[in-house]
Design a protein around this ligand. Structure first.
Ligand code: ZN
Ligand code: ZN
Length: 319
């Protein structure tokens, strides 16, 4: 569906009336579309080469008036799928043609959740591209199901977190009651961990506060948000996760590639200071009140380590 309007018009035969309807629709020519319909053009006709139908052309071009004309015939299949399974609503959502989305939902009673062949719904695609207002419409007007995952297990919240679209994530949480912990089974990672990996701190903040995500929720490989954040070396996100109670050991992670490490010296040094002097866990540590040299993840760890630490625990002197 990435051909030019001109190329598409050449493919449609102007000698047949269905072709004329398609051409008029692609061009946004209301009068032309009206006369083609009056002459008997079929409103669900599909163009041979492109698989384009009149309503799909409406969705791509954003031609609300032609969309209304087609609906008024009472014969349009609003959920007609193109070869890739894309419906007119899907295409309008993808192309951010919000007025066409509204028309298809309100007057066409389009199936808001109908996925394309890859399992992506209109909401998923709008979330992937950060179309906030389209997402809002699909959620409020269409009551779209927020938690429908595509063929690789990714949900709209997952893909919006991946792309760093904070306002879309906020909408999905508030209006759609999105499942905040749903990991993309075949790609890996929860919404929080994928936002952490990609360095989207505002999304991480949102998921941790408004989404009440458990900072320690790991995916099926034991990879936690903190593991992913350390891999990509986003120090501010590491700090945020630790503040929200994230705690990991290197051994927790089944995938060695994700064990806490970083190539950034400053982050590596920061991480070293955040390791418990007793259990070596990476956590929000507190320094020994006396020497301030060793830090611990908990009172228990500090007590356990005291015998070892006592001989070295000296109040620092100023030379
Ligand atoms: Zn500890
Ligand atoms: Zn000490």
């Amino acid at each position: 569906m990435h051909r030019t309007v001109g190329a598409l018009c050449e493919m449609a035969s102007p000698h047949d009336i269905n072709g004329q309807l398609i051409i008029a629709t692609i061009q946004g020519n209301l009068m032309g579309a009206r006369s083609a319909i009056a002459e008997g053009a079929q409103v669900n006709a599909v163009m041979d080469g492109s698989g384009l139908s009149p309503m799909l052309a409406v969705a791509i071009g954003g031609w609300v008036d032609i969309g209304r004309l087609l609906l008024a015939t009472g014969r349009v299949d609003v959920n007609q799928q193109a070869r890739d399974g894309v419906t007119p609503l899907y295409s309008a959502a993808k192309n951010a043609k919000i007025d066409v989305c509204r028309l298809l939902l309100r007057e066409g009673k389009a199936d808001v959740n109908k996925p394309a062949h890859d399992g992506c719904t209109p909401l998923y695609h709008a979330a992937m591209l950060g179309h906030v207002e389209v997402c809002r419409l699909l959620l409020t007007e269409g009551r779209a199901d927020t938690n429908l995952a595509n063929n690789v297990g990714a949900t709209p919240l997952w893909i919006a977190s991946h792309g760093g679209f904070t306002e879309v994530c906020r909408l999905l949480l508030a209006k759609g009651k999105a499942d905040v912990n749903k990991a993309a089974a075949n790609v890996g990672g929860t919404p929080l961990s994928i936002a952490a990996l990609n360095g989207h701190i505002a999304v991480c903040q949102l998921l941790l506060t408004e989404g009440r995500v458990d900072a320690n929720a790991a995916d099926e490989s034991g990879i936690s948000p903190l593991h992913r954040a350390t891999l990509s070396g986003h120090k501010s996100i590491i700090r945020l996760l630790l503040k929200h109670g994230a705690r990991v050991t290197d051994a927790q992670c089944k995938d060695a590639e994700y064990a806490p490490f970083t190539n950034d010296p400053a982050t590596a040094e920061y991480l070293a200071r955040k390791r418990c002097g007793s259990c070596n866990m990476l956590a929000q540590t507190r320094a020994c009140a006396q020497c301030r040299v060793v830090s611990y993840c908990s009172r228990e760890c500090q007590k356990r380590h005291w015998k070892t630490h006592k001989p070295n625990c000296k109040i620092p002197t100023v030379d």
